[in-house]
Design a protein around this ligand. Structure first.
Ligand code: DI6
Ligand code: FE
Length: 396
């Protein structure tokens, strides 16, 4: 299939191609470039729309049960996210709801969230566990994520986030829980092929550096790549520790310092910015974007779609927030939602419009890519091509 008469944002480092064409063969991009140079053959006219790589949301907690709008009301009266967590709300409130939900209920609630996310042009999504904290519920969450990947035209990659919060049954036995994560649940989800990576939350209200090191050491033994929620509310040095384990990404990083940036640059770790959480928690300290740029650390952007700190269901919204709140350039935000998000997930076969890449493309009714990150609540999506197949909209 040859697509012509489209502007191309290839996200390969090259410029936007005003009058481009893309040849798709066998679910892959066979050729991309100026229309004048296109191979001959039957062509579909795309009406001058802009084509970007399919968007990649590299950090979500979209499989969960329940709702935390009540906490939103509390936070608006001045109670902090950390205070709510300490009082047994926050993540634990979603853990209770998720433990109580069977697979059918988890699926039906999660489908609606995924459908919203797909409306924003997402063709690959990462989904974490972490609201079960016991073996069976963690497995149920990850199984649900796998089912969603079969039901919808999207590639789902999963992360086991056992080290998300300390479950109440281990309240006086932190090491007992870390042992459960390392010796029981992680090997179990790995054995069933349910986890593509291992994640953790390194924070005063969650797990320490020493605890996360144990989790990552086990992940390394199982050859599972790691990533970390770090330096979100304070600077514990989690980013540098994760970089020592060759982490794919370190996420949030509002409080990241120069040492952490240097460690990430050296390890080739991607920085994942989650402006939705920053927005909802009304954080004051923005991540060190200038330092990341200067050190050459790739910057990705994700929704962090979760019921507490970031009920954001659109990659376009996350891109907008990354521009407005963190001063990313619109093209940087798009890079963060495509090529750099692919890196954050360890993919080399997507996130760019280039020969050999998966043919995951979105066509937009815009003239320039900056228009994608500019409006809020407006969706210029015109068509989605997933693995070479038109799965939404029309080509012209
Ligand atoms: N950081 C986050 O942004 C999510 N988890 C985490 O470790 C939020 C989880 C929640 O509030 O439910
Ligand atoms: Fe998160």
């Amino acid at each position: 299939m040859l697509l012509t008469n489209l502007a191309l944002a290839p996200m390969t480092g090259g410029p936007v191609i005003a009058d481009g064409a893309v040849l798709i063969e066998g679910g892959r991009i066979a050729w991309a470039g100026q229309r004048a140079d296109a191979p001959s053959g039957e062509a579909a006219d795309c009406g001058g729309r802009l084509a970007t790589p399919g968007l990649i949301d590299c950090h979500t907690h979209l499989v969960h049960a329940g709702n935390r709008a009540g906490e939103f009301e509390k936070r608006l009266t001045g109670v902090s996210y950390a205070e709510i967590a300490k009082a047994g709300g926050g993540i634990m409130s979603t853990v209770r709801a998720t433990r109580a939900a069977d697979e059918a209920k988890l699926l039906s609630q999660s489908r609606k969230r995924l459908e919203a996310l797909l409306d924003s042009g997402v063709t690959t999504v990462e989904i974490k566990s972490g609201y079960g904290l016991d073996r069976e519920t963690e497995k149920r969450m990850l199984r649900t994520a796998r089912v969603l990947g079969r039901e919808y035209p999207v590639d789902v990659v999963t992360s086991y986030l056992g080290a998300h919060a300390l479950p109440p049954e281990f309240k006086d036995n932190r090491q007992g829980y870390v042992d459960l994560v390392c010796n029981d649940v992680m090997p179990a989800v790995h054995a069933e092929g349910l986890a593509d990576a291992v994640d953790g939350f390194c924070e005063g209200i969650a797990f320490s550096i020493a605890e996360m090191e144990q989790v990552f050491t086990t992940a390394r033994k199982l050859r599972l790549p790691v990533k970390l929620h770090a330096e979100q509310l304070s600077n514990l040095g989690g980013a540098a520790m994760a970089a020592r384990f060759g982490a794919l990404s370190v996420d949030h990083i509002e409080y990241l310092d120069e040492t952490g940036i240097a460690a990430m640059a050296k390890a080739g770790t991607t920085a994942v910015l989650l402006p939705g959480a920053f927005y909802y928690l009304r954080e004051k300290q923005a991540p060190p974007v200038a330092g990341l740029r200067a050190a050459g650390v790739p910057i990705a952007v994700a929704t962090d779609l979760n019921p507490g700190s970031s009920p954001v269901h659109s990659m376009l919204t996350a891109m907008n927030m990354a521009c407005v709140l963190f001063s990313l350039a619109p093209m940087e935000a798009l890079m963060g939602a495509t090529a750099n998000a692919a890196r954050a997930l360890g993919f080399k076969d997507r996130g760019q419009i280039a020969p050999g890449m998966k043919a995951d493309l979105v066509l937009w009714d815009v003239e320039h890519p900056a228009e994608l990150a500019y409006p809020l609540g407006y969706n210029p999506l015109a068509a989605v091509i997933k693995s070479g197949k038109l799965v939404r909209g029309t080509l012209t």
